[in-house]
Write a protein that binds this ligand. Structure first.
Ligand code: SRM
Ligand code: SF4
Length: 577
């Protein structure tokens, strides 16, 4: 049930004239709880697109209008409209799904999308290349296995992340259950989704959005649950992070981390990535209330005039942590306790076989940049379909775009092992440490915001860096390297030890000095440089690291100690030299 709190102050008064606000605020308010004219637009066979306003509204339904950017110039030359298609993102809290659900996703990818499944950095699936006439079929197919796409995008609480921990199944189960319940609690209540995509009748009565109201949140809002010592979900990059605190391997509560976020714009110093602050501890029964109250504080105080400053991290910086704590405690009706001790050691995945405390088995499979497809070197999509047909456990998408074939019984393990070998999926785990820990966002050809290649380019770039590492005896040293096609930060680049964000075709900003387990932001080292220049620089830094690093010193720490970059102290410090 949604908790309505009345005795609190608000800056965003719902009776405020929307004309004074960003145009998206008026659009949301007029949309009749996200209905707009989407249904009519879907019937219009003259164009493959939807109206401009509806393309904003469908984001709240987990759908993005895109066009194939590889075809743009040719289509323009032929005086054709762009090759419109849609990206559909599934809502999958904590990334857990059943074999039956897997088989349905596989079928959708083949029947309605581009024949691939894309694992995302927030533990879910995206379909690319869905044509307008196939969106309803896609949503109906998802609905048939109890999956949906509600709030996978839009100004609302997005996909809730959860540590995948394959070692401790009971703890994972409990935290995942909380993540799922938090996700369910935070999704919009509007009937628009079922009416538009599943042709259901409008249900009368009641307020459609008791928590969000007509204008939802000022911007996207992201929640994640971490289970130390793994910081696989990059908890410091979440708007709201929960860090599990255990006693004798039993979950007792969570430290609360607020105000993280990656998105920024080049040459706009009022935008910056920010790491969340760990502000206190609550017992586990308070998690959902903390999530709702934190989002409602952002609803009431977030910037609705300037979308470049509308994320929660700026509300936190503008108002301060003491102010936020007071707001949260007033709404919760209790004090939050002091932070409890915890320790992170890595944000990467552990690959291959693991056995949990209940004697069940888990195999973490490396999926390069999250793309599951059939191509000449590997038939990943086919292989996973065959595995799903015999698997007696579940699948878990990791926060690093990989996949765990999870909860395999001892009886079924030899069978799954034989299939992994037959399809050569086990070989993927033998890739270099650098490649296995790296991430790239989608970028071209589908992302409308991409300025440079990422997913399609990173594998080739990594091959060149691998050579540099092995020439210097560093092939067994873990290094986090991430790439994105623009500064928005979808692969969480600003917490990587080395990162690249796209500026123009073939040109990237290069960043150095992130903390190994995501605890420190990196800083820009070179601006707008090409591969040749990047490799020249790495050709100096890597041998230097090999010869002068201290025992166990991570590259991110080394480049700070050797003054390649100054350590970033806070988000506001990120853009300073
Ligand atoms: Fe993202 C926008 C893909 C995780 C920050 N992101 C987009 C869009 C929808 C482009 C657009 O707006 O037109 C991209 C679609 C590309 C495509 O063709 O599929 C896109 N984001 C992705 C995914 C698929 C990247 C991936 O390779 O896995 C990730 C989907 C996650 C999910 O399942 O929900 C994805 N995006 C992230 C993350 C990482 C995270 O959340 O842990 C971030 C940084 C964290 C954060 O939010 O601060 C992120 N995406 C953005 C931003 C910048 C937001 C900001 O504060 O400025 C945008 C642009 C925007 O919102 O205006 C964006
Ligand atoms: Fe697109 Fe930029 Fe996100 Fe990459 S980082 S998927 S290019 S929005």
């Amino acid at each position: 049930m949604v908790i309505i709190v009345t005795n609190v102050t608000r800056e965003n008064d719902i009776s405020q004239p929307v004309e004074d606000l960003h145009p998206n605020e008026g659009l949301k308010k007029r949309s009749n709880f996200l209905r707009g004219t989407i249904s009519q637009g879907l019937e219009d066979a003259i164009t493959g697109a939807l109206s401009v306003d509806d393309t904003q509204l469908i984001k709240f339904h987990g759908i993005y209008q895109q066009d194939d950017r590889d075809l743009r110039t040719e289509r323009r030359r032929q005086k054709l409209e762009p090759a419109y298609q849609f990206m559909v993102r599934v809502r999958l809290p904590g990334g857990v799904l059943s074999p039956e659900q897997w088989l349905k996703l596989d079928a959708i990818a083949r029947d309605y999308a581009n024949g691939t499944l894309r694992l995302t950095t927030r533990q879910t699936f995206q379909f690319h290349g869905v044509l307008k006439q196939n969106i309803r079929n896609t949503i109906a197919a998802l609905d048939s296995v109890l999956l949906d796409t509600i709030a996978a995008c839009g100004d609302d609480s997005r996909g809730v992340m959860c540590a995948v921990n394959p070692y401790l199944s009971a703890l994972h189960g409990e935290i995942h259950d909380l993540a799922r319940r938090t996700s369910d609690h935070m999704i919009p209540r509007t009937g628009a989704y079922r009416e538009i995509w599943l042709n259901e009748k409008k249900v009368a009565g009641g307020s459609e959005e008791p928590m969000y109201g007509e204008t939802y949140l000022p911007r996207k809002f992201k929640i994640g649950f971490a289970l130390p010592p793994a910081n696989d979900i990059d908890v410091y990059t979440q708007d709201l992070g929960f860090i599990a605190i255990t006693e004798q391997e039993k979950l007792v509560g969570f430290n609360i981390c607020v105000g993280g976020g990656m998105g920024r714009t080049d040459r706009a110093p009022h935008t910056y990535p920010r790491l969340g602050d760990v502000i206190g501890y609550v017992s586990k029964d308070k998690v959902i209330a903390v999530a709702e109250h934190t989002a409602s504080i952002q609803r009431d105080f977030g910037n609705r005039k300037d979308r470049t400053r509308a994320r929660f991290k700026y509300t936190i910086d503008d108002k301060g942590i003491p102010w936020f704590k007071e707001q949260l405690e007033t709404r919760l009706g209790q004090k939050i306790e002091p932070v409890r001790p915890f320790e992170f050691t890595s944000n990467a995945d552990s690959y291959g076989w693991q056995e949990d405390e209940d004697g069940r088995f888990h195999f973490t499979l490396f999926v390069e940049n999250g793309r599951i497809a059939n191509h000449s070197e590997a038939q990943f999509l086919n292989a996973l379909r065959e595995i799903a047909l015999v698997h007696d456990g579940e699948f878990r998408v990791t926060p690093n775009q990989n996949l765990i074939i999870a909860n395999i019984s001892a009886r079924n393990k030899p069978h799954i092992q034989a299939m992994l070998e037959a399809f050569e999926l086990d070989k993927a785990v033998e890739n270099s440490l650098l490649r296995r820990n790296a991430m790239a966002c989608v970028a071209f050809p589908t992302c409308g915001l991409a300025m440079a290649e990422s997913e399609r380019y990173l594998p080739h770039f990594i091959t060149k860096v691998e050579k540099l590492l092995s020439d210097n005896g560093l092939e067994d040293t873990p290094i986090t390297l991430r790439m994105t096609g623009c500064p928005n930060g979808c692969a969480r680049p600003y917490v990587a030890e080395i990162a690249f964000t796209g500026r123009a075709p073939g040109k990237y900003n290069m960043y150095l000095g992130g903390g190994f387990w995501g605890q420190r932001l990196n800083r820009m080292y070179l601006e707008n440089v090409d591969e040749k220049r990047i490799l020249e620089e790495l050709g100096k830094i890597i041998p230097h690291y090999a010869s002068e690093r201290e025992h166990g010193e991570y590259l991110g720490d080394f480049v700070v100690r050797k003054n390649y970059v100054r350590a970033v102290e806070s988000g506001q410090d990120f853009n300073l030299d």
